[in-house]
Design a protein around this ligand. Structure first.
Ligand code: F0G
Length: 431
């Protein structure tokens, strides 16, 4: 195993901690922590070969799209992993979405095809493995729904007690149902995600409680492997652009770290431009990008894409590193643009939850502004499954989706069900 440590990301601090020290931020300056490893020489060709060979193995770690890349994970070879067979998600060609964006090709990396239906599983397998290794008694998170569903499942597998804190009345039924079924203690707080996050950070100062939000660097370690899997699926040819939604900004941070480590190890020869797309009503990171001033939280974030209804993203400094060092950007899209893009992704036979559709909406906008060229290679990351929020889907297709500002959204790609008597003649006529 490489020699891994945790290190503060703040340039003028850089305090180092042992890999198994249980902390979430730097105890000296409060900065975010990175897991880093020494300069071990990597033989890129042998690693690529080893990773490919593992695909035909029956070992639990090799069946996982995260642990298959364990040379880059901060654990000893004999660690007992908590896995649900996460990762190994498809990379789809999406011709209708490409056409909608006016691109010649568009690929969609569907992280919604993970065991609990979102990208969170790739981070949770690592964070819960670390929780068990540290002997934690209770694992907790604040969540807009997907982290909660994922943690609840992995905690159940690890036989750890689990509590999740969610904004009351603001989480989709599907996500809440998952957490309940997996046996987590679900606490609905009167407030938004940011208030949940504040409470949970205080709670996790108790040593028996282990916090697995993406502020925990082990979550990022798991999620970074999606960059490895994607690069492998593209035969190690890096796309010009990687576009993903931004909420708490852990995922953008993870992709940035993953690609950085691949470049440093000689597995790829350049970085993709990482572009983060936020919903216009919940876009503190986009404002920071535009104004290049101090980071200001959004007091009252608003969007129907409830997964990314976040005003105080904890990981923004890491996400900023990912965007700035790759030459990417941060943009916003409207509620209408999200809703329409989501329906178009559906027409490709793929589908996703609203937050994920910010990507296709964002790419369309970047092409119209000529920030992406028609012949460039673009991959969008779909973060959650279509079935995560069916209420939204039904409202869109029945022309009754109301935006947070009270405006009814147009059902531009609507497909409402047709009521018909049980008559062959009438059904024939309709077909
Ligand atoms: N897409 C989906 C489907 C999500 O659930 C989230 C975040 C994001 C995008 C944004 O990712 O936070 O890493 O920038 N969901 C969190 C949760 C906040 O609690 O499930 P991010």
């Amino acid at each position: 195993m490489n020699s891994f440590i945790q290190r503060c990301i703040e340039p003028d601090c850089q305090t180092e901690y042992k890999i198994d020290e249980r902390l979430y931020v730097c105890s000296r300056c409060g900065g975010l922590l990175d897991v880093v490893w020494g300069d071990t020489v990597v033989d890129a060709d042998s690693l690529r070969k080893l990773w490919r060979e593992r695909k035909s193995s029956l070992d639990v770690r090799d069946r996982s799209g995260v642990w298959r890349f364990r040379e880059f994970l901060p654990f000893a070879e004999d660690v007992e992993v908590v896995s649900l067979g996460e990762g190994n998600t498809p990379l789809y060609e999406a011709p209708r979405s490409a056409d909608y964006c006016r691109l010649s090709h568009l690929k969609l990396k569907h992280q919604g095809c993970n065991p609990t239906g979102s990208f969170k599983d790739t981070g949770m397998t690592v964070a819960v493995t670390q929780a068990r290794k540290l002997g934690a008694q209770l694992v907790v998170c604040a969540s807009t729904g997907n982290t909660a569903a994922s943690l609840a499942a992995y905690a159940a597998r690890a036989e750890l007690r689990c509590a999740i804190i969610v904004p009351g009345g603001q989480v989709s039924h599907a996500k809440l149902a998952q957490a309940l079924d997996y046996g987590a203690k679900v606490l609905e707080v009167e407030g938004n995600f940011d208030s949940c996050m504040n409470v949970i950070r205080e709670l996790s100062e108790d040593g028996a409680v282990y916090l697995v939000n993406s502020i925990n660097p082990f979550r990022i370690e798991g999620q970074k492997t999606v960059a490895f899997e994607l690069a492998e699926q593209l035969e190690w040819r890096v796309p010009d652009h990687l576009v993903l939604p931004g909420g708490n900004l852990g995922n953008s941070s993870a992709f940035g770290k993953g690609f950085r480590e691949l470049l440093r190890s000689g597995l790829i020869d350049r970085l993709p431009k990482i572009t983060v797309v936020q919903a216009a009503g919940a876009a503190p990171f986009a404002r920071f990008y535009r104004e290049h001033d101090a980071f200001v939280n959004e007091e009252h974030p608003q969007t129907l894409a409830s997964a990314i209804k976040i005003g105080a993203p904890v990981s923004w400094p890491k996400a900023w590193r990912a965007v700035s060092e790759t030459g990417g950007s941060v943009i916003t899209v409207t509620e209408q643009e999200i809703a329409d893009a989501k329906a178009v992704i559906g027409r490709d036979g793929i589908g996703c939850e609203p937050a994920s559709a910010t990507t296709v909406a964002g790419i369309r906008k970047l092409i119209s502004e000529r920030a992406i060229q028609e012949d460039e290679t673009v991959v969008a990351v779909l973060t959650g499954h279509l079935l995560k929020d069916t209420d939204y889907v039904m409202k869109y297709h029945s022309d009754s989706l109301i935006a947070p500002d009270g405006e009814r959204l147009a059902s531009n790609f609507g497909n409402s069900p047709i009521r018909v008597p049980a008559s062959l003649k009438m059904i024939r006529a309709l077909l």
